[in-house]
Ligand binder design. Sequence first.
Ligand code: PMP
Length: 440
Amino acid sequence: MQYPDDAVRSRTLYERAKKSLPGGNTRTTVYHAPFPVYAARGEGCRVFDADGVARIDCINNFTSMIHGHAHPAITEAVVRQAALGTAFGMPTESEIVLAETLCARVASVEQVRFTNSGTEAVMMAIKAARAFTGRPKIAKCEGAYHGSYDYAEISLDTPPEYWSANDPRPVAYSKGTPEGVLNDVVAIPFNDVAASRELIRRNGASLAAILVDPMPNRAGLVPADREYLRALRALADEVGAVLIFDEVITFRLGYHGAQEKFGVTPDLTVFGKIIGGGFAVGAVGGSRKVMGVFDPTKGKPALPHGGTFSANPMTMRAGEVALALLDEAAFAHLDRIGNAVRAGIARAFEKTGLTGRATGMGSLLRVHFADRQIRDYRSAYARPDEARKLAAFHRGLINHGVIAANNGLMALSTPMTEADADEIIAACESALQDVAAMKI
Ligand code: PMP
């Protein structure tokens, strides 16, 4: 069974999709040429496609399905909740339970506000910082993805012709981005203390927030240097800005999130993905002082915020069970298989004679076909031959039984065993052999 030639049902679905969805697509991230493989169902760490082919799922809905698919305890909780009603124009106890769970796990989080996506949560965190400080601008790292709020997506894919020495220019990601948005974003180079310090100080008086992901996937999936995060913490205090950690992905690095692993405390944290147990979710959490901007008890809040499906009990119950299953032992298991897969990929690169590496930490990894050290967006940026190798590797993985993101990102799940990790490594080795044979 070879993709794309034998993936008849996926091809047919894609042809049909093209009529009602632009380019047959409703999520840019899941598109790849000539057509994506359509999922039919998932079970544990495996996903079955529309043609009946089973593969190990190493993308897990872009890192969110940390317990794989159809986990029995999560399924039971949502089926029970569905019978009781799925959404109300009233609060439910379930939102208190999930908020308490996040507050108990993350020391910097005293209070929480739920949203329906990570994008929305990043937007509300930025708006909270603006409401709290009365200032307009944000600083964010070049190449870091934070969802699709206009301000958060600036300088996401700055092309090489815009790379000036240490002064990343804010560059629009989508066509039509208003000039005013560009004026209110300061793009800082990830992991570069001196350049970031200079830019933050220069804009200090108008900065509401410094937004940083401690291990940004699109900027290479390399952990931030501790010193970098410490410097951002000190700079936020110095200029009076709110330090926001985007832990939408990195909350899967440990029981207390990435902030505890890196030993740096933000003012606000953005969550998403795993905290919804497989359902649409986002959340902003932080100190009582900053989170007070949402408080409606004294008249119109500084930052009003609704959301028809925010904190709906389906998501809340699924999230509650998913987090309960994520104990220290689960994280230890994820770390073990993550380390094994990264080491296995390094061996596979050696065996095939190709240049490359796997970056990442814990259950997250990303394959690069680069011989440079990867520290930030620019060093991670795939040169044309590397991009061709990556596309061939991605296709090879599909044909050797693994689903990964087309940028080489993989996210492991708790149902994976050591044997599954070996299978992933073997698939990576076979896919690398395919790439080597193509002599790109
Ligand atoms: N922040 C980060 C770090 C993300 O990876 C993502 C999504 N991949 C988002 C924010 C946006 O989350 P969502 O897709 O739920 O809107």
